[in-house]
Design a protein around this ligand. Structure first.
Ligand SMILES: [Zn+2]
Length: 484
C-alpha cells in the first residue's frame, strides 16, 4: 500500500554531490560535481538502476535447450555494496539507504515475477517474459529506505505542503575544497492527506511523483446487520438484491470509446496507404512522427477510460463494504466467458467454416471487458479483509438468471427479455438482474447454513481474533480460516 504525492520542487543544499568520473572529448577522465537538482535526481535514478542490474546478473535461467542453468548476465557481478562504492565512481557518493535498497527489491521483484509466471502457466495462460534487466526506457526511479529515520525524512510544512529530505555525503577525496562534504536533496511535495508511518519512499522524478510505502489502513465500520447479493452484468454494472442498481458512468466511457475508434481508424489508414504490414510500418521505421503522436494520444485515452472504471470500482466497493456485513457474489469464470466462440468446421467443404456466432460474441466480449467485472471482486476481497465484521462470499453462478427467486422454478422461458423476468409457474414479475441478485443472496445463505451444519467452519462465529481481522465467510479459497 502506498501514498502517492506530487513533487513540486527539488533543491540541493550543502555541498554539490560528486557524480563520478566522466570522459571528455579528448579522452581525459574528469570528476564531475553538480548541484543542479534535475541532474542530481537523474544521477540517483541511474545509480539505483545500475546497482539493481548488477545484482540481477547473479540470477540463473535455463539455456536454449533447457539442459542447464546459466547466469542471466554475460558477466556475473558478485561485488558487495562496499566494493562497488570503491570501484564504480558513479556510486561513490550515493546515500547508503539508496544503494542498499536494490538488495531487497531486486529479490522480491524476481520471486514475485517467477511466482506469477508459475500461476499463469498452471492456468494455461501466457506466462509472459522472464524478468530481465531494468531498462533505461522504463520510468526512471529510485528507492530510499526510511529505516527509522536514517534517511528520507518527511517534514510537514503546512496543511498542503511537506518536504522529504534525502541526505548524503561525498567522501573526503571527492569533496570540493571549502564546501564541506554533506549534501541534502530537499523534495517539496504537495499533500492532500496525512502521511502515515512509512518504511521507504520511491521517487519518480520524470513522472513527477513520490510514493510513501506503508501499511494499509483498516476500514472503520460498525456492524449493520445488512446483507446483499450482487449480480454483475453488462446492462447494469451491479444489481443489488434490494432492487437498486449501480452503473458505470456509461456516457463518459462511450465518448472516450468513440474517440479511440475514430483515431484508430485513421491510424490503420496511415498504415494501409503505406502499402506495408502494420509490423513493417512501425518496426521498419517507416512511420511518421504524427503516427507516433497519435499512438500516444490513443494510449492516453485508454488510460483515461481505465482510470474512470478504477475510480468507480474503488468508490463503490468502499461504499458496499461499509454498508453491508455480508456481500455475496457469483463466482464467475471471466477468462472463460471472454473466450472466442468455438470454430465450427464445415463437414461438406473441408477447410471452410460454418457461422459460429463469433461476430456477436466479439461484441459481447467487448462489453464484458469494458464492464471489467473482475476488478470489483478483487477490490471487495481486499477491502472485506480489512474491515471489521465484513465478509465476502462467492457462490455457484449456474442458472441464477433463470431461476425464480420466489418459488425456485428454473427454466429458460422465465426470462422474458434481457430486462424482464416473468416466472411461468407463479407469475412473479421482476427485473431480471434483481431476481438474479436475490437468488445469489439466497445461495449465500444456503452455503452458510450447510457450512455450519458440516463442521461449524468457524467463519460465522463471532471473531475472536481481534477487531481488524475480517471474518472471511466460507470463501476460504483465498484465506482458509484456521479456527477449527
Ligand atoms: Zn416462480
Amino acid at each position: 500500500m502506498t501514498q502517492k504525492v506530487c513533487i513540486e520542487r527539488v533543491e540541493v543544499r550543502g555541498a554539490a554531490p560528486y557524480l563520478g568520473m566522466c570522459v571528455d572529448t579528448v579522452g581525459r577522465e574528469m570528476p564531475v560535481w553538480s548541484d543542479n537538482p534535475q541532474v542530481v535526481l537523474d544521477w540517483l535514478c541511474d545509480a539505483w538502476r545500475c546497482r539493481y542490474n548488477q545484482l540481477r546478473t547473479r540470477r540463473m535461467k535455463w539455456n536454449r535447450d533447457r539442459s542447464e542453468l546459466v547466469p542471466l548476465g554475460a558477466v556475473v557481478d558478485s561485488r558487495t555494496d562496499r566494493q562497488v562504492r570503491e570501484q564504480c565512481s558513479w556510486l561513490a557518493s550515493v546515500p547508503a539507504m539508496v544503494l542498499q535498497s536494490p538488495n531487497r527489491i531486486e529479490n522480491t521483484d524476481w520471486w514475485a515475477a517467477n511466482k506469477r509466471r508459475k500461476t499463469l502457466k498452471k492456468q494455461h495462460r501466457y506466462p509472459g517474459m522472464m524478468p530481465r534487466f531494468k531498462s533505461h526506457k522504463t520510468d526512471p526511479m529510485f528507492v530510499c529506505w526510511y529505516n527509522k529515520g536514517a534517511n528520507a525524512v518527511f517534514h510537514r510544512l503546512n496543511k498542503h505542503h511537506g518536504v522529504v529530505v534525502i541526505s548524503g555525503q561525498n567522501s573526503k577525496e571527492h569533496s570540493l575544497p571549502g564546501q564541506g562534504c554533506r549534501y541534502e536533496i530537499r523534495i517539496r511535495v504537495r499533500l492532500s492527506q496525512e502521511i502515515r508511518p512509512y518504511t521507504s519512499i520511491g521517487v519518480h522524478p520524470k513522472a513527477g511523483y513520490l510514493v510513501f510505502v506503508n501499511d494499509p489502513l483498516p476500514i472503520p465500520r460498525k456492524r449493520t446487520g445488512l446483507e446483499t447479493g450482487i449480480d454483475r452484468g453488462c446492462v447494469h454494472s451491479l444489481a443489488l438484491s434490494d432492487g437498486s442498481f449501480i452503473d458505470l458512468p456509461k456516457n463518459r466511457l462511450e465518448k472516450i470509446d468513440r474517440e479511440i475508434r475514430r483515431r484508430q481508424k485513421a491510424q490503420s489508414r496511415r498504415v494501409r496507404q503505406s502499402g506495408l504490414s502494420a509490423k513493417e510500418y512501425v518496426r521498419g521505421g517507416h512511420h511518421s512522427n504524427r503516427y507516433m503522436q497519435e499512438q500516444k494520444r490513443i494510449s492516453r485515452l485508454y488510460r483515461q477510460a481505465h482510470n474512470i472504471i478504477d475510480d468507480f470500482q474503488q468508490q463503490v466497493s468502499r461504499r458496499l463494504v461499509s454498508k453491508y456485513d455480508l456481500i455475496v457474489l457469483e463466482d464467475l469464470n471471466l477468462t472463460g466467458m471472454g473466450r472466442k466462440a468455438k470454430p465450427a468446421p464445415d463437414p461438406l467443404h473441408p477447410g471452410r467454416f460454418l457461422p459460429n456466432g463469433q461476430a456477436a460474441k466479439r461484441g459481447l466480449n467487448h462489453a464484458l471487458r469494458s464492464a471489467s467485472m473482475g476488478g470489483i471482486r478483487q477490490k471487495l476481497e481486499y477491502k472485506t479483509k480489512r474491515a471489521y465484521a465484513s465478509s465476502l462470499l462467492l457462490v455457484n453462478p449456474a442458472y441464477t438468471s433463470q431461476q425464480c427467486s420466489q418459488c425456485g422454478h428454473t427454466c429458460r422461458e422465465n426470462r422474458e427479455s434481457q430486462a424482464v423476468f416473468h416466472c411461468t409457474q407463479c407469475g412473479l414479475m421482476l427485473n431480471a438482474d434483481t431476481n438474479a441478485a436475490i437468488n445469489i443472496l439466497q445461495r449465500g445463505h444456503e452455503v452458510l447454513i450447510s457450512g455450519m451444519g458440516e463442521a461449524g467452519r468457524g467463519n460465522t462465529a463471532p471473531d475472536v481474533r481481534g477487531e481488524h481481522i475480517a471474518e472471511n465467510a466460507a470463501v476460504s479459497k483465498h484465506e482458509p480460516t484456521a479456527s477449527h
